[in-house]
Ligand binder design. Structure first.
Ligand SMILES: Nc1ncnc2c1ncn2[C@@H]1O[C@H](COP(=O)(O)OP(=O)(O)OP(=O)(O)O)[C@@H](O)[C@H]1O
Length: 295
């Protein structure tokens, strides 16, 4: 089997005494787009910082292209395009100066990819980065990453500061580019509608653990919301295959990977009196909330 482009094995990280997570495991095979989804403070940026070798985990390891991320060779570093929360350095430069500056570091530099994006966004080549808005700077940072033509793109919170139109434009551009050129992508974003358009696989984190790791289409085929009238909740909180049960005035809502018949069998076992069970399909955002809760 072909080696995965990214492999994280038994990753455990603490800040001081505070455990962020223990034994995190995941892989990104070549050509797949993995989205890391989690509430604020669950450790997404931490994971990206470990991947890039900026942070040392307490234990476990990350490999990129088979090399330890703590000690990447310059050749491997060149294969990785990294966006950290949308920042562009050298903001005293203008759009064309920064393009020339970056091009010197990357042998496969694709100037046209950068200018194609700048043109779509109607950004003038003479515009200074220091006089751009936060969202416009993110656009420039994303353009510079695409021009590097990296084999692996790591984009932390790529939607930060971007308006809805540009987000959609970028997501569509990135997903076409990644599929056409067999690129591997690792992204985080709080805008889960964007993730749903873009990613193949999702890794959903809650505080200290992974709650789900699956291809998005499999998740959305199998993870459902059930609504029913509940005259007796019995031991519903003890059913481990049920996520986030909420009852308001006799109307109950639960999320589960189980089919309706399996759910009914479990209800019988746990003395839950449920009637008029309604099964609903979910968007990725609804599935995320179903898995991690609203607060
Ligand atoms: N250098 C640090 N020292 C101590 N604690 C830290 C440090 N960096 C992050 N943390 C804490 O670790 C937790 C995870 O932070 P991280 O930035 O990885 O979360 P995140 O999932 O990226 O969050 P967000 O969605 O808000 O960007 C947070 O509670 C944060 O306060």
């Amino acid at each position: 089997m072909q080696q995965a482009i990214v492999e994280c094995k038994n990753l455990t990280h603490y800040y001081g005494k505070r455990c962020i997570y223990e034994n995190l495991n995941f892989e990104i095979p070549q050509g797949r787009i993995l989205g890391l989804l989690g509430k604020n403070g669950t450790g997404k940026t931490t994971t990206i910082n470990i991947l890039n070798g900026y942070l040392k985990p307490r234990s476990g390891e990350c490999l990129m292209f088979g090399e330890s991320s703590a000690n990447l060779s310059p050749e491997t570093k060149r294969k990785v395009g990294l966006l950290i929360e949308g920042h562009v350095q050298y903001s005293f430069m203008n759009i064309s100066e920064i393009e020339k500056f970056y091009s010197a570091f990357y042998p496969n530099w694709r100037k046209e990819a950068y200018y194609e994006l700048m043109k779509l966004l109607k950004i003038d080549p003479k515009q200074k980065i220091s006089r751009m808005s936060c969202g416009q700077r993110s656009q420039v940072a994303l353009g510079l990453i695409l021009a590097q033509d990296p084999e692996l793109l790591i984009l932390d919170d790529f939607s930060m500061g971007l308006d809805p139109g540009y987000r959609m434009l970028f997501v569509d551009y990135l997903s076409e580019y990644a599929k056409a050129e067999n690129k591997t992508v690792f992204v985080t974003s709080h805008i889960i509608q964007d993730m749903e358009r873009l990613i193949d696989d999702c890794l959903i984190m809650d505080y200290g653990r992974i709650v789900m790791q699956k291809p998005v289409n499999e998740l959305l085929e199998s993870f459902k919301r059930y609504k029913f009238t509940c005259s007796n909740p019995g031991y519903i909180d003890e059913i481990s295959d049920i996520y986030n049960p909420v009852t308001i005035k006799g109307n109950t809502e639960v999320y589960s990977l189980l089919g309706k018949t399996e759910l009914q069998n479990l209800f019988a076992k746990y003395n839950v009196s449920a009637s008029e069970i309604l099964e609903e399909n979910l968007s990725l955002e609804e599935a995320f909330i179903g898995l991690t809760g609203k607060y």
